[in-house]
Design a binder for this molecule. Structure first.
Ligand SMILES: N[C@H](CCC[C@H](N)C(=O)O)C(=O)O
Length: 279
């Protein structure tokens, strides 16, 4: 199976053109586990499939390294856009992509036939408990709500960008034990679909630093949907303005939560290598 290895600020993906290489549905979870394995496979934070769509230009599916399917992938959809533009599938600078989180509109910034950055309309965040989804009475938003984990209390804000995110504000992100508390929160019984976990240090009203423990993937160098969720939570908790520069270990993303409630994410995407994987 031909694949292209790509990344969005260090969040790395195996991109497969499944239009010309159809894959049996039942094989997908195991294929993702095999291809994303850092030792026995290619290695990645996810498998991204390019598929035809009846309602948009293309359809994107994203599978985590544990084989679970995610509703949306922010860094991944920028890689998706770069691939279809530079590999001649879609030589236009506007692109509509069908995802499990709805149709996303993308605008490509290009130079000399190459995609330099992509601006993604990530849609409106879902804030009701049942939309995250999170257990509990379906009445209000989950804003700075205490969550007990191994006897430690965390004040969490929950935001869905189509996929679930819990946002926690910390004072010293560099020394926070992400790999200890990330999996405990990811798998907490309050989240029927599990959850991604965003740890945020606020630098100023227009800058935050983010570390992410991803559902089904572990700690990654960046998370696009997570950066969007972190900015929404920062605004809801009166910690930042609505236009924020997000610093992640792998690089920066510019996030804007517009007045009409859409979240815009702008960032780069890179192609690293192509290869063949035995299936
Ligand atoms: N890295 C992706 C998020 C993948 C989320 C996935 N881990 C999930 O299960 O929701 C991003 O840039 O948005």
């Amino acid at each position: 199976m031909k694949f292209t290895k790509m990344h969005g600020i260090g969040n790395d993906f195996i991109v497969v053109n499944a239009i010309h290489q159809p894959i049996e549905e039942a094989m997908l979870p195991e294929l993702s586990r095999r291809m994303n394995h850092r030792k026995f496979g290619i290695g990645g934070d996810g498998l991204i499939l390019i598929l035809p769509s009846r309602v948009a230009d293309y359809r994107m599916r994203m599978f985590n390294p544990d084989g679970s399917e995610a509703e949306m992938c922010g860094n991944g959809i920028r890689c998706f856009a770069k691939y279809v533009y530079e590999h001649g599938l879609h030589p236009e600078t506007q692109l509509k992509v069908e995802t499990l989180a709805g149709i996303k509109n993308l605008k490509l910034q290009t130079r000399g036939g190459k995609v330099e950055s992509v601006r993604v309309d990530m849609g409106t965040p879902r804030l009701r408990r049942s939309e995250i989804p999170m257990r509990g009475e379906d009445s209000e938003q989950v804003l700075n709500e205490p969550l007990k984990v191994e006897g430690q209390r965390f004040d969490i804000t929950a935001v869905s960008m189509g996929n679930p995110h819990v946002v926690i504000f910390v004072d010293n992100i560099d020394h926070f034990p992400v790999s200890r508390f990330g999996p405990l929160i990811e798998n907490h019984r309050a989240f029927p679909e599990r959850t991604n976990v965003q740890f945020v240090q606020v630098c100023s009203p227009t800058e935050i630093i983010l570390r992410t423990w991803e559902r089904g993937a572990g700690e990654t160098l960046a998370c696009g949907t997570g950066a969007c969720a972190a900015v929404v939570a920062s605004v809801l908790n009166n910690k930042t303005t609505r236009h924020v520069l997000v610093h992640l270990p792998g690089g920066d993303l510019r996030i804007e939560w517009m007045g009409d409630q859409r979240v815009m994410m702008t960032g780069p995407a890179e192609e690293v290598f192509e290869g063949d994987f035995p299936i």
